[in-house]
Design a protein around this ligand. Sequence first.
Ligand code: PEP
Ligand code: MG
Length: 539
Amino acid sequence: MNRMRGQGVSGGVAIGPVYFHMRRKPEDMPRTGQDVSAETARWTAARDDAAQALNALAESARNQAGEEAALLFETHRLLTEDEDFGEAVRGLIESESCSAEYAVYAAGERFAALFDAMEDEYMRARSADVRDVARRIMDILTGGERERIDPPGPVILAAEDLAPSETVRLEKAKTLGLILKNGSAGSHTAILARAMGIPAVCGLGEALSEEHAGHTACMDGDEGTVMIDPDESTLKSFRERAGHEDERMRALEKMRGMPDESRDGRRMSVHCSIASPDDIASVLANDGRGVGLYRSEMLFLSTGHLPGEEEQFAAYRAAVSGMKGKRVVIRTLDIGADKQLSYLPMKKEENPAMGMRAVRICLRQPDLFLTQLRALYRASAFGRLSILFPMITSVREVVECRALCRRAMEELEREGIPFDRAAETGVMIETPASVLIAKELAQEADFFSVGTNDLTQYLLACDRQAGDMDGVYDPHHPSVLRAVRMAADAAHEAGVRVGICGELAGDMEMIPLFLDMGIDEVSVPPQKVLEVRGRIRSI
Ligand code: PEP
Ligand code: MG
């Protein structure tokens, strides 16, 4: 038996065969026996797509950052059209019958090596540009992150790390548990695992290896342990623990239908965080009071294209009508940082978590934002919908978001499309700036929702994605708890409701403190509703 330890990031135990998901490396791409004309056509189409994307990037860089920034993308576009490069790719496909992606990789490496060998420092640095362009075309050819993980049956899924776009498309019935070499508790992959009720351990490092594929494993997502090839007594104890878990869940059934109220009469309603309208069934099954956070970007991450108004409307309407009049808070697009859309390329940033994210993107691309707001308002006619703006750092941003909301409503009114004019708009408190100006923000919001995941990251200057920060990323840090209280006090002074939608909302130790702060609502994974309610009712 091989025992390893990582960080438990989503509770529960699982037993099953290990399935190791490996991203295709260039060396593994088909190198012979491909259809030459089909691969040549794939190359041409991918090259044209890359050129078009780079043109769009140059255009937006020109508008936002000036001519010099645009020049970088222009240069990359010119590289896609370079005759010699194209000839090298075509030559490889024709002479070796290799796949288009392998040809692009090999030609890119060949050209990059030529630059690497040059005397001139400026020319040497161009090798990075060549590799960047080759990578962009290869991503288009392989679908980038869009490859779906499809194990043959129920497995414990092992991987280096998973992107949120991969996690959101996991088939729950086939994913007994998740074990990762890298990753962190604050990452969206861990958040999604918790929301889906999948036990997960991350940060196992090199102890976890591809060689474990096919072996039986037991894992404990609370303790962060994984056993490969468990002996009989370990298997027995894990089976017993799985049984106890079922018993515990049955005991919690008593909480169904009970008020979210402490013994001394304080109320804090328990809502759910979801990633898709498919999760509504789980919210209802677990007796959630409503949806406190629907991360709309997961819709954008789970498709390989930009969802238009109709597609978005269908998803939002399904969530809102599925909740049958209970409140559904839908957060507007929060992309950027770890949540990149392969079809909406963005400029590379040194610090993407502090760069173009969420409303910063939406306010710079009003057409994109307006499409979403129209879809949201249309869905508001089917139940009780609230709109939530992420990553707010200034009053101006909220004013601009609400101006676009008014524009969406005016358009729908002119077109005779029904919507709920009273749909509330709220502000996420997840940056230090938003805490410090909470009083002013409260004048522009119907409600606050505190995002403790990002708030912790920004208050402690600690990347939530980094798995090896040795406890620095600490949502229990006094600065985080004090910030939550400051935001709550500012909200209540202005008569504005305040909820918590970060992962801290479901932390049993924190429930008494949140009640004490007068927090009106917590939003937790559906599987946690009854447990949190039980905790509230015990106080
Ligand atoms: C948060 O930051 O706490 C939050 C709820 O948003 P996300 O985790 O999606 O960034
Ligand atoms: Mg956040």
